[in-house]
Design a protein around this ligand. Structure first.
Ligand code: GDP
Length: 301
């Protein structure tokens, strides 16, 4: 499966226009880059990339483009595209392939995110991903506020044949998480994935609980699950979670949908942390490593 990115159709059209505007002669100047930069800016905003992120991105491209000499045999328009492409790759996490999970014995992965973003689904997907790389796994259910969430995780675990640790809804989530890790050590599994409660909005209780779970389990990874449709709010959301629990990366879900996906560009820019995986469907198999360079070349066509 290839990641679909509707947002990028617009951008590649804009880039084509930018190419025409810069033309095949001359050099990159503030003057002839003005319109092409406006096009890139418009495309990013249309794709719901958060405004401050767009501003900083455009400024970077301009500085980078002005600072470089047009190479011999390279036309300015090609050079402009190259600069945009490089910055895009950089913004999304660098061009050295997908970022994997952090090592650990066991690996402890803490899942965080708002309700409905696909967090529980992503926990199951990650368990299957680890299983496929020959790692044994335990899922831990700590969302005591929604019994349905525990049932959902148990069902997913059964479907992919991964054990689920749960203590119902009457035990404190921090206690469940702690005992889940103890259970994982007792079982000798390679990885533990701790699913947590989501709320409809970022609130202090949620962040407080997440912080307590984090200090109780000392995760190797704290992954923020972000719905690709988050839009303009993505920057604030990522900042709030990163400030509260210092994430190690993100999973961008629902990239198979019609989302404009602007969140992809906001995550790294705001947090400095990579997107590690993308969700591309409801099935447990629908998880892929995130490749910034692939995404950028899709954007630029
Ligand atoms: P949570 O509240 O964050 O745990 O969200 P869930 O894991 O329950 O997911 C909410 C809904 O989104 C469910 O209907 C999932 O099947 C769906 N979902 C999750 N990930 C994806 C994805 O990558 N693509 C699509 N199309 N749907 C997804």
């Amino acid at each position: 499966v290839v990641v679909r990115a509707a947002m990028f159709d617009n951008l590649s059209r804009s880039i084509e226009k930018a190419q025409r505007l810069i033309g095949k002669t001359g050099t990159l100047t503030s003057e002839n880059m003005k319109e092409p930069l406006k096009e890139v800016r418009r495309a990013l905003l249309e794709a719901d990339v958060s405004l401050p992120v767009v501003r900083r991105f455009i400024k970077k491209i301009e500085e980078r483009a002005l600072g470089t000499k047009v190479l011999e045999g390279v036309t300015p328009d090609v050079q402009f595209i190259k600069v945009v492409s490089n910055e895009l790759i950089d913004l999304m996490g660098g061009g050295v392939g997908a970022k994997d999970l952090e090592p650990g014995f066991p690996q402890i992965i803490l899942m965080a995110g708002l309700q409905g973003v696909g967090k529980t689904t992503a926990a199951g997907k990650l368990a299957l991903y680890l299983k496929k790389s020959k790692k044994s796994c335990l899922l831990v259910a700590t969302d005591v506020y929604r019994p349905a969430a525990i049932d959902q995780l148990v069902k997913l675990g059964t479907a992919i044949d991964v054990p689920v640790f749960e203590l119902g809804t009457q035990v404190d989530p921090v206690e469940i998480a702690k005992r889940g890790i103890e259970e994982a050590k007792r079982l000798g599994v390679d990885a533990v994935i701790v699913d947590t409660a989501g709320r409809l909005q970022v609130d202090e209780d949620m962040m407080g609980e997440l912080r307590s779970i984090k200090s109780a389990v000392r995760p190797s990874d704290t992954l923020l699950v972000v719905d690709a449709m988050t839009g303009q709010e993505a920057a604030n959301l990522v900042k709030a979670f990163n400030d509260a629990v210092d994430i190690t990366g993100a999973i961008l879900t629902k990239m198979d949908g019609d989302s404009r996906g602007g969140a992809a560009l906001s995550v790294r820019e705001v947090s400095g942390k990579p997107i590690k995986f993308v969700g591309v469907g409801e099935k447990m198999e629908a998880l892929e490593p995130f490749y910034p360079e692939r995404m950028a070349s899709r954007i630029l066509g």
